[in-house]
Design a protein around this ligand. Structure first.
Ligand code: ADP
Ligand code: ZN
Length: 744
């Protein structure tokens, strides 16, 4: 509402209550629409309708009707009363909560994304319509007295225990739905509404859990206190892989449950949820609610409503779960907080870990970040006293950390055309002979990352991107991993027409699988890659085959690195430990250590000790040395020492501008224009413009500029002023990435 400007208005508004007609004339509210406009639009509230911020409404937009949300703050008033269009209807749905609206505003202003684009993410999780009642069949109270066929008798027998939904009835009786309809028409069956199953039984915090070790007891007490206080706080739970971090944060969840408050657990990879669900169920007696983008509309709606009603007390989910309507959120856990998968790279570019902390603050909840190898950002926040530190130094139950060794590929050379060094091969043989499991890790999908013509040297490149095409031999394709473009593997070189001259260069998991099959012919091999294991169910099935020891050798991409617990896995071989170190990424070393430590942590988690072999061409590299010594904290101190002097994150702030256009010229022109308008402020540096490493992506030419500021300077106002100073061009896009984690 706008403050009254003059005394007379004050009088008028005080008496409005007696003159409803007056109130109607001025009843306008801001409505935010899920589109990239600069802000909400004003709409008129028609007579007889009352709306409040958060209400979901249907409004006219141009010639269409759209859903929007009545927003906070004053109407902007720029459109005259006479041209103001009315709200069509208020939707009968739970209003968007104030903390969710505040989160939307916060993300928009932090990332410089249009608020409507952020609202669109929040509305996508929103289940606007209530779940339609499920109908089913029951036996009519006074059935006709005619004779029954065998099929009809089966239906009656199946329904003797109570009503069933149509599909369930077909499945249980083995009789077709035509028979059911026929029986209904003949008066044997009547339709009934079936109660929705109570899918969200409350987890029991006092369900017996494991007996915690002394270190775990101390750690869980710290987290419990943080939850108990009902105030915002952030704790970093750091502990080596297998130290029992999950068991410890379960105690924080138990505390939230005792207080009747809700918990959100964010996982970087929803494929991981299967093992989490099993652990959770063991601890609390029932499974938590699950949230991710592949839920069926029915489950989605039911889950959303259960969260809004406070019935779903614990939700485990992917990034988008941040926008769920928790009425009383007491705890937010971000597991594997160092994972870059938490950064959403397309659409609204935001970091779900950081926004989880914002959400926790808006709800006066405790946030717990969990990792064996925390990000330098979080460690620095601990050092500065902004985050509490909760530490588990040892593996649980006397399991030892795996022994790590380097395989020097310069001297311990694989056979020609092979990728596994003799020492690694020997170690796998020994492991398999002992009846234990081994894992080979290579963070690259497909058969080979490059295809080269032996006759003319031509390299198979994507026509739309600055990238090589990756061979996927099983699918007989060459595919671009950036835009998805693919072509059948050509029989001859497209450049020089030489036939049978195209040769794969380098390995992907598919090629390693081929080598493993030849080298370990008796081993039962399972490949785990994001393009072969799609969705949590496939991952869960794979995990249970591994646990049941139906598999001897696991070969996988980064999906196998995550928090899996495979008790019989004792050997991990990293095929190419140098893979992540190429390129000029600020965090390349940090990330490689995190990833490889994580992979290594899969080995020897139970009784048998684990062993890890890292194949590398540069054994002396600080990353290999850090992994060898296991001294993660010393490595992170050296990272900090390298980044501090130049004000690199987390000691300064970064934002990237990515300029893209259909032609190289237009991209260059726009990028240099931005470069010339770069802010000249103390403590602010602009790097670039420079061609992006992926200088062409999906046919668009890309240039990058990087804004670097001292930590005490907020980048958003600087960015806004900078972008405002340069006219927008229709043929050019400028994408903003605040706190970039990818520099492609
Ligand atoms: P992290 O998350 O730190 O990698 P987990 O929580 O997965 O470690 O624990 C590793 C293994 O040890 C799991 O199988 C877990 O069930 C078991 N574990 C941890 N703490 C206990 C405990 N106090 N009692 C029994 N088992 C435990
Ligand atoms: Zn491409």
């Amino acid at each position: 509402m706008q403050p009254p400007r003059r005394k007379r208005d004050l009088v008028a508004s005080a008496t409005q209550v007696d003159f409803p007609a007056l109130a109607i004339a001025t009843a306008r509210v801001p409505v935010l629409l899920p589109y990239p406009f600069v802000g909400p639009f004003d709409y008129r509230v028609p007579a007889g309708m009352a709306v409040a911020p958060g209400d979901v409404v249907r409004v006219p937009l141009n010639r269409r009707e759209e859903f929007g949300v009545v927003w906070d703050g004053a109407a902007d008033g720029s459109v005259g009363d006479n041209r103001l269009r009315p709200i069509i209807a208020k939707i009968d749905a739970p209003p968007m909560r104030p903390d969710v609206r505040a989160l939307v505003d916060w993300i928009a202003s932090y990332t410089l994304a249009p608020p409507g684009d952020v609202l669109a993410m929040a509305l996508r999780v929103n289940a606007l319509q209530p779940e339609p009642p499920r109908t089913g069949w029951q036996i009519a109270p006074d059935p006709p007295a005619s004779r029954l066929t065998e099929a009809r008798q089966k239906i009656l027998a199946t329904l003797a225990d109570g009503p069933l939904g149509g599909a369930a009835l077909v499945a249980a009786s083995g009789v077709s739905s035509a028979v059911i309809r026929g029986m209904a028409d003949a008066g044997w069956l009547i339709p009934v509404t079936i109660a929705t199953p109570a899918a969200f039984a409350p987890p029991d915090p006092d369900h017996p859990g494991p007996i915690l070790s002394p270190a775990q007891t101390v750690a869980s007490a710290q987290l419990r206190d943080a939850v108990q206080s009902r105030t915002f706080s952030v704790s970093l739970l750091e502990g080596v892989t297998g130290s029992g971090k999950t068991e410890v944060y379960m105690e924080a969840i138990a505390q939230a449950l005792r207080q009747g408050r809700q918990t959100l657990v964010l996982l970087p990879e929803i494929a991981l949820s299967a093992q989490f669900l099993a652990r959770f169920t063991a601890r609390f007696g029932v499974a938590p609610a699950v949230w991710h983008s592949n839920l069926s509309p029915r489950i989605r709606r039911r889950t959303w409503r259960a969260v809004a009603a406070g019935d779903a007390l614990v939700v485990v989910g992917a990034r988008s779960a941040l926008f769920l309507p928790f009425p009383d959120l007491g705890l937010v856990v971000v597991d594997e907080e160092h994972e870059t998968a938490f950064k959403q790279e397309d659409g609204v570019v935001y970091h779900a870990r950081d926004m989880a902390i914002v959400r926790a603050r808006l709800c006066s909840a405790a946030a717990v970040l969990v990792s064996a190898t925390p990000s330098l950002e979080s460690l620095t926040n601990v050092e500065a006293g902004r985050y509490a530190h909760v530490h588990l130094p040892d593996r649980h139950g006397g399991a030892t950390m795996p022994e790590i060794a380097l395989v020097d590929l310069r001297t311990d050379m694989p056979e020609r055309g092979h990728f596994l060094a003799p020492s690694l091969v020997a170690e796998i043989h020994t492991t398999l002979a002992r009846g234990e499991q081994a894992m080979l890790f290579l963070n690259r999908r497909g058969y080979a990352p490059l295809t080269l013509c032996r006759a003319c040297g031509h390299r198979m490149q994507c026509p739309n991107c600055t990238a090589w095409l990756v061979e996927h031999r099983a699918r007989k394709l060459l595919q671009c991993h950036h835009c998805g473009h693919n072509v059948p593997i050509p029989p001859a070189c497209p450049e020089c027409s030489a036939s049978h001259s195209l040769t794969p260069v380098g390995p992907g998991v598919e090629r390693i699988t081929e080598e493993a099959a030849a080298t370990f012919p008796d081993a039962r091999v399972l490949v785990m890659a994001s393009d072969t294991l799609i969705g949590p169910d496939a991952a869960a099935a794979a995990a249970s085959r591994i646990e049941a020891r139906e598999i001897d050798l696991i070969i996988g991409t980064q999906i196998v690195a995550k928090g899996w617990h495979f008790p019989h896995l004792t050997l991990v071989g990293v095929v190419d430990a140098d893979l992540g170190l190429a390129g000029g990424d600020l965090r390349a070393a940090e990330r490689t250590v995190q990833l490889l430590h994580q992979v290594a942590g899969r080995a020897g988690r139970a009784d048998a000790p684990g062993r890890v072999l890292l194949q590398t061409f540069s054994p002396e590299h600080k990353v290999m040395q850090a992994l060898l010594s296991g001294d993660f904290s010393r490595f992170m101190q050296s990272e900090a020492a390298e980044r501090r002097p130049g004000n690199w994150p987390p000691f300064g702030r970064l934002a990237a501008l990515i300029v893209s256009a259909d032609s190289a010229d237009a991209a260059d022109r726009a990028a240099s224009e931005l470069g010339r308008a770069a802010p000249a402020l103390d403590g602010v540096t602009v790097l670039g413009p420079a061609p992006a490493p992926l200088s062409i992506l999906r046919g668009r030419h890309r240039r990058r500029l990087l804004l670097k500021t001292r930590r005490d300077i907020a980048v958003q106002p600087v960015l806004r002023a900078w972008l405002d100073a340069v006219p927008t061009r229709r043929d050019v896009r400028v994408d903003v990435d605040v706190d970039p984690v990818s520099f492609l």
